[in-house]
Design a protein around this ligand. Sequence first.
Ligand code: FES
Length: 216
Amino acid sequence: DRRALFVHACENGDVHALSDEVSGLVATRPGLTAHYCYRSPSERDKAKQRFHSEGMISRDVLQRLLPIDDYDFYLCGPPPLMQAIYAMLRALGVPKLRIAYEFFGPSTVLEPDAFRTSAVVAQPARIVPTDEATTVEFRKSALKAIWDGSAASLLDFAEDHGLKPEFSCRSGICGTCKSRLVSGDVAYFEEPLDELGAGEVLLCCSRPSGSIVLDI
Ligand code: FES
């Protein structure tokens, strides 16, 4: 009879994993409730009232959902989300021992100071400028642009140029952003969870190592 609140944050209803399954459990398990937080709900999400809050999971949202009581927290998600929620819970006075977690992806340390140290170590080599500019060509989109190193990933770069590649986790886990590399090579700043086939690339966790051509 333990009460449990399941909080799920994602982009919108189109990429909301296991929503039917969770809603089914909520309907049949006494004491279980769910809260869905969509960063960018679609018009369909709004019409169907598929979510409970909009934006990111904030301190306000957590305090509204969790009246003063004694809780255990179980976190799971990509590193930036985990770090943000962990820091938020600690700031709310939740003891470390009451927070359990499991990462999507690399076991980045949650403590901010330790994270800064590991982030420096894990920082990939920047693209070394050469006489010839590094370019990224999106062949199917008939678009070619100079990679100046300011985008965090090829996915960000594509979006910065108006393209909308498919994505979900943005951390090398789900494979949704998998694309075909026509030529060139990429470097991963987060290792993909699954092995990729020849000529496949995950846009969300890679950067070009020199000029490349993508089949998108
Ligand atoms: S969006 Fe999930 S692996 Fe890239």
